[in-house]
Design a protein around this ligand. Structure first.
Ligand code: 6PG
Length: 250
């Protein structure tokens, strides 16, 4: 059955990041009300930094940060103080600015050899979610970005991780960067209650249209479709500029 993402277009980047922060807070509040906790996987790259800054500045008092369990959808194979580290970016923009419980922040140990970092993180995820061997963690929210080639997390086109259906976390060799990444696999992304793609800027417009409107384009981002969850695409008008059809932006 084709996936039915919900597309919400914001007029400007500022409006987008505020809308995304509001959605984050709503999902967090619902999760804490229902289960007493909020399990979220943060995304990396550059786009979410503005979202994290809005959360730290405008939502510091309105989210029960001490009940949030932070994970990461992917990480570069670098140390946590490396400028490329997704953890470093999230820690500087958000985690160090809100009363998050340090023991509830689970970073991917990118400083390890990639395969060991993946095994290590899978052990952590299985332990924190108290999973049986064949179970998959159900995150309340997974944040994702969209790469110019249609990748998301570190699930890049033509890479081995795309075919992983059993492991939760894998090391993934990315030839174009000549490096390993560590990433959640599709089973984890597609078991979430809510997945949000956060996309900003005209440079993403053609890929947004391709992912949302070109059937069978065989892009990794097209394979993110929670089997029993909500799929939200939060984009600004520049990123939605080429989208038409039922996704026509206001
Ligand atoms: C990463 C992200 C990656 C990112 C996209 C978009 O580790 O870089 O997981 O999937 O979301 O590449 O990156 P930008 O937000 O920088 O455009």
């Amino acid at each position: 059955m084709p996936c039915k993402p919900e597309l919400r277009v914001s007029a400007t980047p500022d409006a987008l990041f505020h809308a995304a922060a509001t959605e984050f807070a709503t999902v967090a509040s619902q999760a804490v009300k229902a289960r007493g906790t909020f399990y979220v996987a943060l995304s990396g790259g550059s786009t979410p930094k503005a979202l994290y800054s809005v959360l730290a500045r405008d939502f510091k008092e309105s989210i029960p940060w001490q009940k949030v369990f932070f994970f990461f959808g992917d990480e570069r194979n670098v140390t946590p103080d490396d400028p490329d580290s997704n953890y470093r970016m999230a820690n500087e923009a958000l985690l160090s600015k809100v009363p998050a419980q340090a023991e509830n922040v689970f970073r991917i140990r990118g400083e390890l050899e990639a395969a060991e970092a993946a095994r290590d993180y899978e052990r952590i995820v299985r332990s924190i979610f108290n999973l049986q061997i064949n179970q998959v963690p159900r995150f309340d929210l997974i944040l994702l970005g969209l790469g110019p080639d249609g990748h998301t997390a570190s699930l890049f086109p033509s890479t081995a991780a795309l075919n992983e259906s059993r492991r939760l976390v894998v090391e993934n060799w990315v030839e174009k960067f000549k490096t390993h990444r560590i990433t959640f696999t599709f089973p984890v992304l597609n078991h979430a209650r809510v997945v949000i793609f956060l996309v900003s800027g005209g440079d993403k417009a053609s890929m947004v249209r391709e992912v949302l409107e070109t059937k069978n384009a065989n892009l990794p981002s097209q394979r993110v479709c929670p089997e029993s969850g909500k799929l939200l695409w939060l984009v600004d008008r520049a990123a939605a500029a080429l989208v038409s059809g039922e996704h026509a932006h206001p």
